[in-house]
Structures are given as structure tokens and as C-alpha cells.
Design a protein around this ligand. Structure first.
Ligand SMILES: O=P(O)(O)OC[C@H]1O[C@H](O)[C@H](O)[C@@H](O)[C@@H]1O
Length: 534
């Protein structure tokens, strides 16, 4: 059973919400709309190129007031200021969390300098002024990194492919050697540039992949040629140098930027190469504008705060297990895997800030795929399954290539799904539909064709997919997860949970090399490793 115990940092609001939940939980959204003709206007937000409709939620004005009271009781305003001001809010690692400083108007000097270096470098590579070791211009750029050093740049490069130039941009992340070979086998070492991205420069996958790629490169080139084909982004300058990267080819990053929030730093170098520095700058500006909105707008009109509170409402009171994010744009096919790291690595915690075990649910599980494809895959379960799955629908008013017929069909589906999830289909509607059918057959079919409806959705309607709107959209979700972390009273910016597997993998690797199985290990894992080695 989901845990519902009161959050001790917000007892008053939490208790009131629990009581209110009991009153409202069986009510139908369609009745809310029938009772209040101005409901749609009441629960919508307009900001820049964003229009957010959250009226299709199982809330009324009281719910909204109580959720806002919750935000106030946990002193959200103060928490936001602490983050933006650079307090060491990542307490378990003793670090500030300042990805917002990478995209604000007043950037620190070191950020400005790094941006200038990224600008100069990306322009040289794009224009062909940067020559490979044999004097040829670069045709392909390969980003070698994993987690935050891969997912962000990869998602943005894919999302902004409309804005791309002639460079082929590729990503190597998995330590799976087949993935590495499939990526490099058709590349020409003379015209390929590798960007090794690792905040720590100790990550097993990235260092292994970087070594493999360097060896592949050295088959047809000399050590001196490495400087023309390898650059690195890291906080660990010493290890980068040890790897053999020339000083001038190192792009710094800082430990006050979390890996999963690092695409706004030099980790975004492959983005700048793929779409040009000006577009990268617009991406930063879009994120900066959302930061401003988040920091300065009253909570009742604040998009990230509103979406975060709604998510808490379903997670902690309706016991929703997951949330779906459905972008109606094929360009955003990598958005969800990217957000999964941001959201689930940040808020997948079960210990409160005081070190005690948390007695309530945290950490939203997010998943999703672009529409309309997902309508033909998992939407059946959202419409008629037994689970409550709140969904965010993200769509754009204008397409990039025109094709109005396609755009209208895409968006008709986009609107229709939230309508269907809201209204469902009643028994009498089904009966009406089955009129004329053989009575016995109709009566057998009836129960299967009923849709309960009353499934909550948020609709984010954005003018067009541009570097700027994309920047704002990503920053929106970053702030949403931050607000949830504050309410759940957890530390959102560490990730101790990924360490154990890494440690054990090193031990197993040693076992494989030495065939020494004397160290105690569970019987299942041991027999699997032995089977692998047999
Ligand atoms: O950039 P790196 O230091 O190589 O780290 C890459 C990734 O490693 C770990 O798994 C962390 O959990 C991620 O947050 C991080 O993005």
C-alpha cells in the first residue's frame, strides 16, 4: 500500500489536503466543468509563448488554495532563493546547485569565458577553419559521455535537428562495445572530432569508450594528431591531461553544476557544433527566461510550481504510481529519457533531510513517447486500465516544415486525447452507438466499450519548437522537480543510489579476471557469473 503518513514539514497543509481529498476523490471533472462555465479560464496560465491548461485536473479552487498553502508551509520561496543565491543546498555533497547561473543575464566571469571558448571553437569547426591532422575540415563530431554527459546534448541535438548544419553529430554512451563499433565504423578518422565529456573523468563507461576510440584513431594517426581530433569537457583537469588532451582543448565545468543539469555548461559543446552557437545561446536564453518566471512569479501563476503541486496531489493523495509525458512532436522523442534522469535521479530518495526514513511516497516515475505513436501503443491502458496515470501533453501551434494537413491531424489527435481522457464514454453513449446491432451481441459488448474518463491531464501548448522555447520547456521540468523535492523534504541533488552497482561491477570484473570466487557473494549472482565465464 502506498504510504500516506503526514509530511512532518507541512503538517497543517498536508492534513487539510488529506481531508479535502476524501471530499473530492470521487467527484467527476465533467461535473466541475458543468458547474462552472469559467473553469477553463480559471485554470490556465499564459507566459511568453506558452499556454498551459490545467483545468482537466481533479481539483477545484479549494484544492488549488490548499496546494498553495502547502508550498508556503514548506517555505518554498525561501528555498528558491537559496538555490539561486548559491547556498550549498546539495548538503550531502557540500555543493551549491547553480545551473541557473549558466543561463542567467549576469553570468559569472568563468562562465562567460567558457562560453566564448565554446563559441570560437564551434564556429571554427563549422566553418572548416579547424583542420584535422591531415588538413581536412571536420565532417563529424562524436560526443563520448554517459548520463548527464550524454542524455542532455543528445536530446537537444535531436530535438533541434531542423536547425542543424552539415556536421554529422553522433553519441557514444554505453560501454557496450557493439554500440561503439556501430558508431565509429563508418567514420573517417581524418575528419572526425571527438568530444570526451565527463564531469568526473573517472566514469568507467566513458573512459573505456574514450580509450577504445583513441586506439582506433591511432591505428591511422600519430600521438601528435590527437590534439586535432580530441577535446574534453570536465572538472577533473588533471586526469584529462593524463589522457593526452592538449591544454587548449579542455573546456572546464564546475562542481556546482549537477551532471543531469549540465547541458547548459560546456557539456553542450556538441549542441553548439550541431546547431551553431547562436542557437545554443537562444537555448540558454529560453531557460534563463523560465528561471526568471519561476523565481519572480507569484506561485498561483507560476508554471513549474503549479505543475509540481498537481503532481504532488496525485502522487501523495490519489496514490498515482506514475506520470506520463507525451510530446506531440517527433523531434521530442528523446525528451522523456532525458527527463527520466533529471526527475528520477533527483527525487528517487527515501530518506528525509534529517536522515530519517520517509513515511510517504516521493519520486515520480515518468515515462512516455511521442504522440500519435503512443496512442497506438500504450494509450489503451491509460484510457481503460485500472491505474490512474496523470499525463502532460506537450504540443506546438506551428510545425517547422509547414505541412498544414499533417499539423492539423497531429493536433486534432492531441486535443482529442485529453478530451477523451476527461469525458470517457458513458454506458448510454455506448448504447446509442450500438443501436441497430443484434441485441444480444450489443449487450455482451457494452461493458467493454465504456470509458470511465476522469483521467487528469495538463496541456502545454507552445507556439513553435525553437531553441528558445525548448530551453524554457526543459527548465520548466527542472524547476518542477526542485519544488517537489522541497515539499518531500529530500535532497534532490545527490545520487548516492547509483554508486553501489558501480562498486559491485568493479568487484565482478576482478572476479572475471582472476577467476577467484572466494569472496562471499550471493549464490544467484555467483552462478550467473560462472555461467558467463563457462
Ligand atoms: O559526467 P560523469 O562524471 O562521467 O558522470 C556521468 C553520470 O554518472 C553517474 O552515473 C551519475 O549518476 C550521473 O548523474 C552522471 O551524469
Amino acid at each position: 500500500m502506498p504510504l500516506k503518513t503526514i509530511n512532518p514539514t507541512a503538517t497543517k497543509a498536508w492534513e487539510k489536503l488529506e481531508k479535502h481529498y476524501q471530499e473530492i476523490k470521487d467527484q467527476k471533472m465533467v461535473d466541475f466543468f458543468a458547474e462552472d462555465t469559467s473553469r477553463a479560464e480559471k485554470f490556465q496560465l499564459r507566459w511568453n509563448n506558452f499556454f498551459v491548461d490545467y483545468s482537466k485536473n481533479r481539483i477545484n479552487s479549494t484544492t488549488k488554495d490548499l496546494l498553495l498553502a502547502l508550498a508556503n508551509e514548506v517555505e518554498l520561496k525561501d528555498a528558491i532563493e537559496k538555490q539561486f543565491n548559491g547556498d550549498k543546498i546539495n548538503q550531502t555533497e557540500g555543493r551549491a546547485v547553480l545551473h541557473t547561473a549558466l543561463r542567467g543575464k549576469d553570468k559569472p566571469q568563468e562562465v562567460k569565458e567558457t562560453l566564448q571558448k565554446m563559441k570560437d571553437f564551434s564556429q571554427e569547426v563549422i566553418s572548416g577553419a579547424w583542420k584535422g591532422s591531415t588538413g581536412k575540415a571536420i565532417t563529424d563530431v562524436v560526443n563520448i559521455g554517459i548520463g548527464g554527459s550524454d542524455l542532455g546534448p543528445q536530446m537537444i541535438v535531436d530535438a533541434l535537428q531542423y536547425y542543424r548544419n552539415h556536421l554529422g553529430v553522433h553519441f557514444i554512451s554505453n560501454v557496450d562495445g557493439d554500440h561503439v563499433m556501430e558508431t565509429i565504423q563508418d567514420l573517417d578518422p581524418e575528419t572526425t572530432l571527438f568530444i570526451i565529456v565527463s564531469k568526473s573523468f573517472t566514469t568507467q563507461e566513458t573512459i573505456t569508450n574514450a580509450n577504445t576510440v583513441r586506439n582506433w584513431f591511432l591505428k591511422s594517426a600519430s600521438k601528435e594528431d590527437v590534439a586535432k581530433h580530441f577535446v574534453a569537457v570536465s572538472t577533473n583537469l588533471e586526469s584529462v591531461k593524463e589522457f593526452g588532451i592538449a591544454d587548449q582543448n579542455i573546456f572546464p565545468m564546475w562542481n556546482w553544476v549537477g551532471g543531469r543539469f549540465s547541458l547548459w555548461s560546456a557539456v553542450g559543446l556538441s549542441i553548439a557544433c550541431a546547431v551553431g552557437f547562436d542557437n545554443y545561446q537562444s537555448l540558454l536564453d529560453g531557460a534563463g527566461k523560465m528561471d526568471e518566471h519561476f523565481r519572480t512569479t507569484d506561485f498561483k501563476d507560476n508554471i513549474p510550481v503549479t505543475l509540481a503541486l498537481l503532481s504532488i496531489w496525485y502522487n501523495n493523495f490519489f496514490d498515482a504510481e506514475t506520470e506520463a509525458i507525451i510530446p506531440y512532436s517527433q523531434y521530442l522523442q528523446k525528451l522523456v529519457p532525458y527527463l527520466q534522469q533529471g526527475i528520477m535521479e533527483s527525487n528517487g530518495k527515501s530518506v528525509a533531510r534529517d536522515g530519517n526514513k520517509i513515511p510517504y511516497q516521493t519520486g515520480t516515475i515518468v515515462w512516455g513517447e511521442p504522440g500519435t505513436n503512443s496512442q497506438h501503443a500504450f494509450f489503451q491502458l491509460i484510457h481503460q486500465g485500472t491505474k490512474l496515470i496523470p499525463c502532460d501533453f506537450i504540443g506546438f501551434k506551428k510545425s517547422l516544415h509547414g505541412n498544414q494537413e499533417h499539423q492539423d491531424k497531429l493536433m486534432a489527435n492531441f486535443f482529442a486525447q485529453t478530451e477523451a481522457l476527461l469525458k470517457g464514454k458513458t454506458l448510454s453513449q455506448v448504447e446509442e452507438e450500438l443501436k441497430g446491432m443484434d441485441a444480444e451481441k450489443a449487450s455482451t459488448l457494452k461493458p467493454f466499450k465504456v470509458f470511465e474518463g476522469n483521467k487528469p491531464t495538463n496541456t502545454l501548448l507552445i507556439d513553435q519548437l525553437t531553441p528558445e522555447t525548448l530551453g524554457s520547456l526543459v527548465a520548466l521540468y527542472e524547476h518542477k522537480l526542485f519544488v517537489q523535492g522541497v515539499i518531500w523534504n529530500i535532497f534532490s541533488y545527490d545520487q548516492w543510489g547509483v554508486e553501489l552497482g558501480k562498486q559491485l561491477a568493479n568487484g565482478i570484473l576482478k572476479q572475471m579476471e582472476t577467476k577467484d570466487f572466494s569472496k562471499p557473494q550471493d549464490a544467484s549472482t555467483q552462478s550467473l557469473v560462472k555461467e558467463y565465464l563457462s
